[in-house]
Ligand binder design. Structure first.
Ligand SMILES: [Zn+2]
Length: 327
């Protein structure tokens, strides 16, 4: 049996998987992303999680044929580096992540990919978009990530294609975490949602959001907290999520008008947490913006959940199936 690894590096956790030739998960492990020690500490944690996943699969990490990594920040696979990973502590500069993992794990083939791109590749090959040649992936979480797959291939443009969260949906609108105005993420990103919720509470509006955060001992409004507040009928939560959804819908409809993709796949922490009912709301909210509205794309929830990023990363080091014999 040939085994290979995949690691998804996130701001709060590291998820590692070990898969076989059929992309079945044989081992998985998760660790907290270290908040101290900078990139070397993060790399060590990643290697540790992968070793644990390999052990679960009954193998030694050195026996893996390769490891793929999905990372935030600016990822340069050819150089093996990750730069400006702002969700991670002390990672403003450039770090040779691939080499650090090679040295630590004793594996020659280490490949790097953008985290959102890896998750989209996994949905494309193994998940919700298996049967769709072309789709838009929307990863609704702390930020709003995106990926465009056209005829089975992820469109990268000159390297930064697919930045759905930074589509302009309102001229001169709210300020996005990237500093520009009116982007989707300025309305829908969890960071932006939290800032707006705080602003409304400070103005005297009642909301259970921050009370739930305290009860759960969290320091930010997690997807679970938003979901619970919605279930309790919290008006501020409902109003802000609806506003975020409308922003995503306007952006997604514009992508469909431009590229006529068959499907929209909704993933990310919030997307997966809200699930099917939110996918249905997104479908409805896109309709008024669609130029050809008698044939809307399907809207689906990402299927691979928390493992999607790591699975997608592992696809980078999959051996291409051998070509069929000629004749
Ligand atoms: Zn932006």
């Amino acid at each position: 049996m040939t085994l290979r690894g995949g690691i998804d590096l996130g701001g709060t956790k590291v998820q590692a998987v070990v898969v076989d030739e059929a992309n079945e998960v044989r081992g998985q492990a998760r660790a907290q992303t270290p908040l101290r020690g900078g990139p070397p500490a993060v790399a060590a944690t990643m290697a540790g999680a992968l070793r644990e996943a390999a052990e679960q699969a009954g193998a030694d990490a050195r026996e893996l044929t390769g490891v793929g990594v999905g990372s935030p920040g600016q990822v340069d696979d050819a150089a093996g580096t990750v730069s400006s990973a702002k969700n991670l502590t002390d990672w403003a500069g450039t770090f040779a992540l691939a080499q650090a993992l090679r040295d630590d794990l004793g594996i020659d083939e280490v490949r790097l990919s953008n985290d959102v791109g890896a998750a989209a590749d996994a949905e494309s090959r193994l998940g919700a978009a298996k049967d769709a040649a072309s789709f838009l992936g929307v990863f609704w979480g702390t930020g709003v990530g995106g990926a465009v797959i056209l005829d089975g291939v992820r469109w990268r443009g000159r390297g930064f294609g697919g930045e759905f969260g930074h589509m302009v949906i309102k001229l001169g609108g709210a300020r996005c975490p990237c500093g520009r105005l009116g982007h989707v993420e300025a309305y829908a990103g969890r960071g932006a949602l939290e800032a707006k919720a705080r602003e409304l509470q400070d103005k005297g509006e009642k909301t259970v959001l921050f009370k739930l955060m305290e009860e759960k001992g969290r320091d930010r409004l997690t997807s679970g907290i938003w979901e619970k507040a919605l279930r309790q009928g919290d008006e501020v939560a409902e109003q802000l999520i609806e506003r975020g959804l409308q922003a995503i819908a306007a952006g997604a409809a514009s992508v469909v008008n431009l590229l006529d993709v068959e499907a929209v796949v909704l993933g990310g922490g919030l997307g997966i947490r809200f699930g099917e009912p939110m996918a249905e709301r997104l479908r409805e909210a896109m309709l008024p913006h669609l130029f050809v509205d008698q044939r809307p794309p399907t809207v689906r929830v990402a299927e691979l959940g928390d493992l999607g990023g790591a699975l997608g990363a592992s696809l980078m080091v999959a051996k291409a199936p051998s070509p069929a014999p000629a004749g």
